[in-house]
Design a protein around this ligand. Sequence first.
Ligand SMILES: Nc1ncnc2c1ncn2[C@@H]1O[C@H](COP(=O)(O)OP(=O)(O)OP(=O)(O)O)[C@@H](O)[C@H]1O
Ligand SMILES: [Mg+2]
Length: 280
Amino acid sequence: MTGSNTQVYIDDLLVEDISYSYAHCEGSRHAVHKASFRLSAGELVGLIGPNGAGKTTLAKLLAGVLRPLAGGFRYAGATIQPYKQPARCIGYAFQNPDDQLFASSVSEELRFGASNVGCSTSQINAAIQEVAPLLIPLTDLTTHPLDLPFVMRKRLSVAAALAMNRPFTILDEPSVGQDINWCNELYRVLRSIICDGRTIVIMSHDPDFLFEIVEHVILMEGARVAFQGSRNAYASADHSHWAKSFVSLPMYLGQNLAHFSSSTFDEFHQRFSRKMSKDI
Ligand SMILES: Nc1ncnc2c1ncn2[C@@H]1O[C@H](COP(=O)(O)OP(=O)(O)OP(=O)(O)O)[C@@H](O)[C@H]1O
Ligand SMILES: [Mg+2]
């Protein structure tokens, strides 16, 4: 074990036919429609899809911020109701950090969630030590979170969610506005965390960041789960959604993305598939 946790997690989370609509009236459009998938212990999972596909809504359902209209969750062989016990097994770093941060100091913010789910002081201290590199260059933990610039508020929201030490943590677009050094640091911290069997789900529209770190992919399109499987299987799957899910094609593949002509796109997909089959 290389993470700070003394507990090792082994159970998968099953999401079964979860649905949600923001307007609770007949005929209203679903934001999430019959989403079913499994999150296995100890994985880094990419949750991708175009704007409005339902990723954040799905994350909020998992975290208990929203209550599903239908469907359910199973963890460790038992039915769980995250909306009745928010964050008991699933931590969430909000897409908008200002929906999450509320404490009057960085230190308090880092401790609140962990303490709220029953972590001991020594567990919290160990967890904070583990996520501390994500707060660089901040050194004064008495700073008020709302005095921080957006990028640092985002870093704090990610660090606070991870410090809760939950078996599953969802990071909603953590790389937005972040530099390469921080993204590398995040990857290093996450690699350490998944050694305890903890699972991390990451959303991002940045393929360079995402495909360098995730092993599995869940694709949402139009409120539904359109694909789930390994990164390798994703690379071989139908790629008609690529242009819709990302702000660019991966730069490390050397593509010039001035436009999405079909020949460029096909060529990109072939190169991506080759790279994935070499990597895995
Ligand atoms: N609070 C809300 N009230 C009403 N509709 C909402 C609300 N939040 C999201 N929606 C709608 O629900 C659908 C799914 O939105 P959601 O934010 O889950 O998508 P997303 O995949 O996270 O998108 P993005 O990539 O832009 O973050 C969209 O049609 C969106 O407009
Ligand atoms: Mg979102």
